[in-house]
Write a protein that binds this ligand. Sequence first.
Ligand SMILES: Nc1ncnc2c1ncn2[C@@H]1O[C@H](COP(=O)(O)OP(=O)(O)OP(=O)(O)O)[C@@H](O)[C@H]1O
Ligand SMILES: [Mg+2]
Length: 556
Amino acid sequence: METMTATTARALRPVGPMPDVDAPTREARRLSTLLEVSQALSGTLNLKVSLHRVLEILARHHGAVRGIVSILEENGDLRVEAADGIGDGSRLVRYRVGEGITGKVVQSGKPIVVPRVSREPAFLHRAARRPELSHQELSFVCVPISLNRRAIGALAIDLKYKAERNFERSTKFLGIVASLIAQAVKIHRLIDEDKKNLVDENTHLRQELRERYDFSNIIGTSGPTRQMYEQVAQVAQTNTTVLIRGESGTGKELIAHAIHYNSLRAKKPFVKVSCAALPDTLIESELFGYEKGAFTGANARKKGRFEMAEGGTLFLDEIGDINLSTQVKLLRVLQEREFERLGGTETVKVNVRMLAATNKDMEKALADGTFREDLYYRLNVFTIFVPPLRERKADLLLLADHFLERFSREHGKVIKRISTPAIDMLMSYHWPGNVREMENALERSVLVCDGAVIHGHHLPPSLQTADSSGTVTRVSLKDAVAGYERDLIMDALKTTRGNRAKAARLLDTTERILNYKVRGYGIDVRRYKTPEMGRRGPTDTAASDPLHDLPAVASS
Ligand SMILES: Nc1ncnc2c1ncn2[C@@H]1O[C@H](COP(=O)(O)OP(=O)(O)OP(=O)(O)O)[C@@H](O)[C@H]1O
Ligand SMILES: [Mg+2]
């Protein structure tokens, strides 16, 4: 390491090697100090604490009577990050880069040694020494802390003045300590950056969730839907337990989110438990957590969902599927807001708002004895019924437009509208899977749609036939027969390449009747006229017909 030549040649003097008899013991002491320093730096995630420990180690083993680690801030100031052996006001001490000896070390990236502080006019004396040291002659050694060849701070220590001290060696040694510190600072900066990214991401996700579950994202203006909004608004701000009931796919989870994100707990966690998805053996440990050793495999204490939801909302989805023994425990939490972890005796108190949802017939479950009545009454303080889609047809068009817009965007398609026949099909279907089924139907339609309009044939098969939809088509017998007749004539004309006489024969009718029907249905026969290979006469106009759907073939 190169020591900076003196700013004032008299005071800052590099000192050459001297005959040395204690070398081996000193080397051993230095190595053990370095080991301690590196342990101190990796021992805690608090940089200030670990730097302070390093300074204490230097004081203990190397006679440093004062030590300071300064780190460069973003604005270019040097801030004291840790100090040992100095007066109280020192924490506020700041230097500018280039100012004072510490500032010069950071600016130049080179160490400076002041063998006798009392004789150095460049010394700023900003960080006070302990009073008992004020009459003593001290030496000052300051080395840069460098990362990627740039000084990011400085390590400075005061030593009692000794005429025979070998400053070259002290500087080298402190240089190694400084490089250990630099690595620790680097790791802390990486961790800080990660932490900041996580916090940013978390804030962003929370915002996104809030927007997603905002009222404005629940689509619908029909009477039953508006009534539901009113109920949500009424109950959201309270701490009341809410039971959300409705068929599968009606939007119960959406309502649960809306309640949470419109409540005073919006900034706290929303934790969901899918009761039906968890086997009976797991549900209690999921809900209440367990202590270490509660069962084989419980290697450490684990928090349950109740504890995770502390301060926020716990949403018990499909509560109708929960087993009887868990129901007893839930009842207690609902009543007392406390429980014990599995295998534990400590009572855990929680501040959690509970929401539950089910698509089960609860009255039947009560009658069958599969659901406890006392728990049901506890849950049923405030019930919101989410109506099935078939009972709010007025929402259907809004929902269809909403999903069309969303899926077109997601799949990068430009689809402008849904054709009238397709809307009729959507309206006449009975939607057993409710909004979820409709969401899927529209996503499928967007995927298979090849133009700018969703047509009837883009909708899923379940909507195609009156049979499976359980509804009667609204087409009259006369229209249906006419549609069938028109299809048959068009098929025959296609087969005979627009030859009406042949088509009439195929359909076992006369050419006169066929012509009459063709005119009646407005069928354009020219569309079916195709030049036959090698037989195309000069009077055949089909090849120049713009409606012709086959390419013209040159006669050979
Ligand atoms: N009013 C609505 N506006 C917009 N999207 C809705 C609406 N209702 C439901 N959805 C959508 O329909 C899907 C199903 O809703 P959700 O999961 O809330 O239903 P659920 O009642 O919990 O069903 P299940 O009982 O099967 O769990 C979700 O993707 C949801 O976003
Ligand atoms: Mg659900």
